[in-house]
Design a protein around this ligand. Structure first.
Ligand code: F6P
Length: 548
């Protein structure tokens, strides 16, 4: 496929943008009493209200047509059948296989039934988790394990960490799970201070087993273990790995039965459903991990089979394209009104920005449109007292997804009602805004003089007409959290397909890794740096001076 700008529907959307320029969301609600009902759709325990968008029936129809014209139907079929849709790495993209229904017996990819491998790994995880939870797994001195430290980075860290946190109410209290990612020594040092080597197991999560940060932290953990009573023979009782590089894990000291496989058809940022999710399974138990997978599978089935007009990932993805490419939106905010989901924007940021931060079409040509937006966000209501000012009155258009459960795990006092009220008030305020007349009247009612009204009122104007989606669920459970993350995975795929890019490689991160090794070598040697730019030379010198 070439540039999406060549698609007929793209041109129609450009014209439609002009038609919609003077149409406010408020007027769309006034003109159609059934708007809320019409622009609400459900799947896998989630209700999407997308009525507060700059969209009418023609917009949605054009956006779904765009998805069709861009080949989304066949792209979805390709993904679910194991076609090599990751064309630059010649790989299938099968995170959906990791959560396939037990009723499905096979999914043959390049002559291999990947479902058999997935299920064997789930069984291996079941045993590992059961041994830890029952206390059968003992440390080298015969003590029961109380702490598990997951060491990984990127996709081998953020998804499991965010999901484990989202499922806090489901945590088993006999084992604490910790996460270490950063190569900044403060991360692992802080964690190790709280731990006893006799009762701690480390899970080293790295698809490649070659990632600098993870290996440095794994080595630091092993050094700590060895210098605090452990021996090399006992490393296998305290270290497990999730990796496709079994040899490197064995060389590290892991027992083969404690190495969980990974496959090249799972991208790092899509891998929490594989054994990379082991820390989640340890934290909340295997039954809840299966429920998480099942929730994601429900969303997969919806994505695969629902008409585009009712399809949550398609609608959300296409609306994103509408704002990014036709309204020049540069960013997209995710604001969960759920404390346990507060880190979710960071996972979706990684998922989306590593997937769709691309400037080349599948055929290698440069793109002619903007692609992935900057994804950001944080917990409501906290953000209301921080960055929401810019959402309401700033010069930039920032489409927002509000995410909220109807019931809280901690229903104390009026907290949840207040939380929910705040969530709804934000999407409402973004849409309705405040006119100059309203601002003036408000000031007069408060007893302001005419002079004060004239001076202050313009600063109180909020233009409104700012779009948002609201995603509601009954309660945050393993199943609804699974479905939510799968929804965003597919939303990313929808956008990548419309833009004609490959959402599943990440070549852009490689240059920094290569240069990082080169700079490291320069920091620890007397190399001649005169060929480097003057800024980098000066920064290297500053570091060396501080070490001497
Ligand atoms: O540097 C990016 C990346 O390759 C991610 O895509 C990946 O999730 C992360 O590094 C960690 O990689 P690994 O699991 O191989 O350690």
């Amino acid at each position: 496929m070439g540039s999406p700008t060549e698609l007929t529907t793209w041109q129609k959307l450009a014209e439609h943008k002009q038609e919609m320029a003077a149409v406010s969301m408020k007027s769309l609600f006034e003109a159609d009493p059934s708007r809320a009902e019409k622009y609400t759709t459900q799947a896998a325990g989630w209700t999407l209200d997308y009525a507060k968008n700059r969209a009418n029936e023609k917009t949605i129809s054009l956006l779904t047509d765009l998805a069709k014209e861009a080949g989304l139907e066949s792209a979805i079929k390709g993904m679910f059948s194991g076609a090599h849709i990751n064309n630059t790495e010649d790989r299938s993209v099968l995170h959906i296989a990791l959560r396939a229904s037990q009723a499905q017996e096979s999914l043959m990819v390049d002559g291999v039934n990947v479902l058999a491998e997935v299920r064997a790994t789930l069984k291996q995880m079941e045993q590992f988790v059961a041994q830890l939870h029952s206390g059968e797994w003992k440390g080298y001195s015969g003590k029961t394990i109380t702490d598990v430290v997951s060491i990984g980075i990127g996709g081998s860290y953020l998804g499991p960490k965010v999901v484990a946190e989202a499922l806090t109410p489901y945590k088993k209290d006999n084992i604490k799970v910790h996460f270490v990612a950063n190569i900044d020594g403060s991360d692992i040092t802080g964690k190790l201070k709280q731990l006893n080597p006799e009762t701690t197991v480390f899970v080293i999560s790295s698809k490649t087993f070659g990632t600098l940060e993870t290996l440095s932290n794994a080595n630091a953990a092993r050094d700590w273990f060895l210098s605090n009573g452990g021996t090399q023979e006992n490393v296998s009782k305290h270290f497990a790995a999730v990796s496709s590089n079994v040899k490197k894990a064995v060389d590290f000291g892991m027992a083969k039965e404690n190495i969980f496989p990974m496959w090249d058809w799972v991208g790092g940022r899509y891998s929490l459903w594989s054994a990379i999710g082991l820390p989640v399974a340890i934290a909340v138990g295997m039954d809840n991990f299966y429920a998480l997978l099942d929730g994601a599978h429900q969303m997969d089935e919806h994505f695969r089979t629902a008409p585009f007009e009712e399809n949550l990932p398609v609608i959300m993805g296409a609306l994103g394209v509408w704002y990014i490419n036709f309204h020049n939106a540069q960013t997209h905010a995710l604001i969960p009104y759920d404390h346990y989901l507060r880190a979710m924007p960071a996972h979706i940021q990684q998922l989306d920005m590593e997937s769709n931060g691309k400037a080349n079409l599948l055929n290698g040509d440069g793109v002619e449109t903007d692609t992935g937006p900057i994804i950001w966000g944080g917990a409501g209501t906290n953000g209301q007292h921080a960055y929401h000012q810019l959402l309401h009155q700033g010069t930039r258009l920032v489409p927002v997804d509000f995410i909220a459960p109807l019931a809280s795990h901690n229903p104390i006092g009026e907290h949840h009602t207040q939380l929910f009220a705040n969530c709804l008030s934000q999407s409402q305020a973004l849409m309705v805004g405040k006119t100059l007349e309203q601002a003036e009247q408000e000031l007069r009612d408060a007893g302001a003089t005419a002079e004060q009204v004239a001076k202050i009122a313009p600063h109180k104007v909020i233009k409104g007409n700012r779009p948002s989606n609201t995603l509601l669920t009954d309660k945050m459970t393993p199943a609804t959290v699974g479905a939510l993350i799968a929804l965003y995975e597919h939303r990313t795929f929808v956008q990548g397909t419309i833009w004609g890019i490959n959402s599943f490689d990440q070549w852009g991160v490689e240059l920094g890794k290569v240069l990082g090794t080169d700079i490291y070598n320069r920091l620890v040697s007397d190399s001649d740096n005169s060929a480097l730019d003057a800024s980098t030379q000066a920064l290297i010198n500053a570091f060396k001076k501080a070490q001497s």
